[in-house]
Ligand binder design. Structure first.
Ligand SMILES: [Zn+2]
Length: 117
């Protein structure tokens, strides 16, 4: 994949990341007191407060998406972007255009989804 395309995928990914994280920050700005109370209820001190904020503000689905987005950005940085995690074939750009954070090609994704009961 050439630099221009990579750069445009990176921009898209960073936009999604910002939208996911920014939404949470926006949500808690207005009810900060509520948020601090909720944080106090959580026993697990190992988790960074930033992560807590994200976990509480994001649904499971969004959290999973955020992780995929961050992994995809990491892969752009290491030059691994666009490669299927499962079969290591290149994921078609058309697919990446639709879902830039996808870690799998369509074939592998179907196989994986079939395995989930
Ligand atoms: Zn694959």
């Amino acid at each position: 994949m050439n630099e221009t395309k990579l750069a445009s995928f990176r921009a898209k990914l960073e936009e999604s990341r910002f939208a996911l994280i920014g939404g949470v920050q926006e949500k808690y700005k207005s009810k900060k007191d509520d948020f601090n109370e909720q944080v106090a209820d959580i026993a697990d001190d190992a988790v960074q407060s930033y992560d807590r904020q994200l976990m509480m503000g994001l649904g499971e689905k969004e959290l999973r998406k955020l992780k995929l987005v961050e992994e995809a950005i990491k892969k752009i940085n290491t030059g691994q972007y666009g490669k299927c995690l499962e079969c290591e074939e290149l994921i078609p750009e058309v697919r990446l255009t639709v879902i830039p954070y996808t870690p799998y090609c369509v074939d592998c994704l179907e196989t994986i989804e079939k395995k989930i009961p």
